[in-house]
Structure formats: C-alpha cells, structure tokens
Design a binder for this molecule. Structure first.
Ligand code: HEM
Length: 216
C-alpha cells in the first residue's frame, strides 16, 4: 500500500526515536539468539506497564474522534502471554498517559501502536526460533500484526489522511507520536531489573514454567 507524503514525513521525524527504542538493552535482546524466558517476561511486563494507560486513552479518543475505528486493547494480550509463560503480572507504579484531545493527536498515537505491530511480527518469528519450546500462543502480543487480514497496520493506512488539513494538524500528529514514543522509551529505559534471584515470582517462573515448557 502506497505511503502518503504526510506519513513519510511522520516516519522520518520519528525515525530517531524508533532507533533509540529498538536499541535499548532489553528490546535489542529480542532479536538476538540468547534471550532468556525471564528477559522475554520482563519485556512483556514493561509493555504492560506502558499499554495499560494507552489502552484507556485510546478507547476514549477513538469513540470521540474515530468512532468506526477499532484496535484491540493490548493489556489482555500481555496479561495472557505472561500467564502462558508462567509469569503473573507484577505490581506496577501507576503511570499516566493523558487522553488525546484532537483527531491528529489520536492518529499520532495510533501510528506508534499500529506501526509497532510491524516490528512485532519480526520479533514473534525470532522468538519462535530462539525459544522453540515455548508454545506459540504465548506470543499473542507480538504476533498481533499477522492475526487478521487486513492487518492493523493496513487498517491504519486506510484511515490515515494523505495530506494535513493544516499546519496545526501536522504538529498535533507529531506531538501524539513523539509523546507515545517517549512513553515507551520511559518503559524501556535501563533501570534495575525487576527480576531478582530472591523474587519468589522469578523462582516460580524458572522452576515451574521452564519445567513445563521443556517437558515433551
Ligand atoms: C526490538 C524492537 C523492534 C524492532 C526490531 C522493530 C522493527 C520494526 C520493523 C522491521 C518495522 C517495519 C519497517 C518497514 O516496514 O519499513 C517497524 C516499524 C515500526 N515500528 Fe518498530 N520495532 C521494534 C520496536 C518498536 C516499538 C517498541 C515501537 C513502538 C511502541 C515501534 C514502532 C514502530 C512504528 C511506528 C513503525 C512504523 C514505522 C514506519 O514505517 O513509518 N517499534 N519496526
């Protein structure tokens, strides 16, 4: 599907943030050969932290600005994947992500969430190879992009305008996208791992689930 000049502009303007995100230590491990189950769980957990308020913000904004547009909330997928990996979701500090106040800001947020499914498809394929004993259904969040036809990204392209209605429109669009990228950068910024050897949840993950996934 052909890209509009507006989308190409948005993509260029945010390319550096995308680069920063995919090269954060935790996310860059997803494409390597040596990711552990604990690291995948931590990635999912950080996505869960980020998506809880985004899901709520988008639900409000879509009903207001794009009532015929739907996108699946990511929180239930992430919770289900963590459960399938034997990892109950951890307690998170509450985080806010304010509801967008305009249509272009909503489109900017959707650009990031729907665009991320393109990378998700690549990641799901890599994880299946690097963790072959993990059941496929445990990667429902990453494989969201290939679940339906048309895909979420194709649906997004259908609603995305070919030209901005005004200069303000482009700025609002960019603002929506950059604050969403920033929110994900916060989620994946290096910090002390939430996993520690004495954490009973971790013990359960390695002991219980690994045993399950390794059994024939
Ligand atoms: C290891 C992590 C990631 C990898 C390897 C990755 C990889 C990719 C790939 C291969 C594409 C498709 C590019 C194309 O077809 O031209 C893509 C697109 C995109 N990804 Fe990521 N991605 C990652 C993480 C993320 C995250 C966490 C987000 C945001 C939450 C994100 C947002 C986007 C967006 C918005 C696009 C569409 C860009 C565009 O073509 O305009 N990505 N990514």
């Amino acid at each position: 599907m052909k890209r509009s000049p507006l989308l190409s502009w948005l993509s260029r303007e945010t390319a550096e943030m995308h680069r920063q995100l995919e090269t954060t230590p935790l996310l860059s491990k997803l494409l390597g050969d040596s990711i552990s189950l604990e690291e995948v769980s931590e990635v999912l957990d950080r996505f869960l932290w980020a998506y809880r308020p985004i899901d709520r913000a988008l639900e409000d904004a879509l009903s207001q600005f794009l009532p015929t547009c739907r996108t699946p909330p990511r929180t239930p997928l992430l919770t289900a994947d963590l459960a399938a990996l034997g990892q109950p979701s951890r307690k998170h500090e509450p985080v806010t992500f304010s509801s967008p106040g305009t249509l272009p800001e909503t489109l900017g947020i959707l650009y990031v969430t729907e665009g991320s499914t393109l990378g998700g498809t690549v990641i799901a394929g890599r994880l299946e190879r690097s963790l072959p004993r993990i059941p496929r259904h445990a990667f429902s969040f990453f494989s969201l992009g290939e679940r339906e036809s048309p895909s979420l990204w194709e649906k997004f392209l259908m609603i995305f305008p070919s030209a901005p209605a005004s200069g303000d429109f482009s700025q609002e669009l960019l603002r929506g996208a950059t604050r969403t990228f920033r929110h994900f950068l916060d989620a994946f910024s290096p910090r002390d791992s939430t996993i520690s050897p004495s954490d009973p949840q971790t013990t359960r993950l390695s002991g219980q689930h690994l045993a399950e996934s390794l059994s024939p």
